[in-house]
Unconditional design. Structure first.
Length: 426
């Protein structure tokens, strides 16, 4: 192996790395474009993200306000005239107690390069409202649906024991009223079945900070791997329920601007995963080239730069196949096909170049480790860096032990061609 050959191999490596950058960028663009378009389609077909807000309750009072309004006289001047008008004020009514039961059934769906966390939700809530005044009041209650892009089956809205029929425009929610005596109370019961996308969230108030009294919420899931979105309150109780969980939130008296939320488990998204594997590819090829070069030094037989060009193309074939197979088949099946194809290309080629032992036992094993296993580490979220680090350290140790006695000055010594023999003149 000469310095000129090493420079040629380095040039091939750099060119292949640029090709991987272009491929990875195209994957990112395809994923972003499909997410923008397909997410909208999924919301329209299945339902949007659910953010269920607690009902809003209030009573109204009127007051007379005198305002000075500027008027113009006949002479062209102005004067101030008092104008009396009646103003209606909304006085908020706190919910005295809440009993809520929610059931979430995960039903993930794949569209293009992405998986979407879709779910079915069953909601049942009972709220107790109390007239805080010492005189009779009409209490108004307003309920807003958690998403305008969802369907609601078996919907029930009962206030003071009476079913309230929804109006014509439900995008603004439903408003009902009940007449209560001084200190009297009424009960609001809500129930529906729906389907949502992404996180499920419950808000104590649409905006700002809310005071919560005598609150109990029980959420049941049918799946493992749940989490809680940022800015939400974790449950006070959590217990196993078959394959899923039972979650409980209980508050006696709470003032908060946070919400309650459940983040259902995410599946591996083929597009982002394939792009991460593609951007990491130069690291895998660098390790593989290092091993092949060292093996050539130890055996006294080095490959030509054209051999490295074809090996780079075989590595690139893995990521090219993976990038376009994930559109059509399962990500694990796509990974298996791409791995088998790339290994077959390398082994069958090096078998002709350096023999069976070099192709299978040396280069084949190196490709299996640095291409296949390093890439498969991306399937395990949170362990990718550790896996690659351990593999790198082990590789470094093996290479250092194998080349410790190599005289590198001899390896990279400039080969001087022998002088031609001297022909004696007769």
């Amino acid at each position: 192996m000469t310095v000129q050959r090493l420079l040629a191999v380095a040039f091939i490596f750099v060119c292949t790395a640029f090709a991987w950058v272009f491929l990875g960028t195209s994957l990112v663009v395809r994923t972003g474009e499909s997410d923008t378009r397909i997410a909208r389609e999924v919301r329209q077909l299945w339902g949007g993200q659910h953010n269920q807000a607690a009902p809003d309750a209030w009573y109204e009072t009127s007051r007379v306000v005198v305002e000075q309004v500027q008027q113009q006289n006949l002479a062209g001047g102005t004067y101030m005239q008092p104008v009396t008008r009646t103003v209606i004020d909304r006085n908020p009514v706190s919910i005295a107690s809440s009993r809520i039961d929610v059931s979430l059934a995960l039903d993930q769906r794949q569209k293009g390069l992405l998986w979407y966390d879709t779910y079915g939700v069953t909601f049942a809530g009972e709220y107790r409202l109390v007239n805080p005044e010492s005189i009779p009041r009409t209490i108004f209650v307003h309920f807003v649906f958690p998403s305008t892009e969802a369907l609601y089956d078996a919907f029930s809205f009962r206030l003071d024991g009476h079913e309230v029929r929804p109006g014509s425009d439900l995008s603004q929610g439903i408003t009902a009223q009940a007449d209560l005596p001084p200190g009297g109370e009424t009960t609001l019961k809500l129930a529906y079945r729906s389907r949502g996308l992404g996180d499920w969230v419950y808000s104590f108030t649409p905006t700002g900070v809310a005071q919560v009294r005598d609150f109990v919420m029980n959420v049941k899931t049918d799946c493992d791997g749940i989490d809680f979105p940022a800015g939400t309150i974790s449950p006070g109780g959590k217990s196993r329920d078959g394959k899923g969980w039972k979650l409980a939130w209980t508050f006696e008296s709470l003032i908060t601007g946070q919400r309650i939320g459940v983040d259902l488990p995410n599946r591996l998204n083929p597009g982002p995963l394939a792009s991460r594997i593609t951007f990491f590819a130069p690291v895998s090829l660098l390790f593989f080239f290092t091993v092949v070069v060292v093996l050539g030094v130890l055996s006294g037989r080095s490959l030509h730069p054209m051999n490295y060009f074809f090996l780079s193309a075989a590595f690139f074939a893995f990521h090219l196949l993976l990038a376009y197979l994930v559109d059509h088949i399962n990500i694990h099946a796509a990974f298996l096909i791409a791995s088998a194809t790339s290994i077959a290309l390398v082994v069958s080629y090096l078998r002709l170049v350096g023999g069976l032992s070099f192709a299978f036992l040396q280069s084949g094993v190196a490709q299996l480790v640095f291409l296949v296993l390093f890439s498969y580490a991306f399937f395990f979220e949170g362990y990718t860096g550790l896996t690659v680090t351990v593999g790198s350290v082990i590789t470094l140790f093996v290479m250092m032990q194998a080349t410790a006695r190599v005289d590198w000055s001899q390896v990279f010594a400039k080969r001087v061609p022998p002088l031609p023999p001297i022909v004696a003149r007769g």
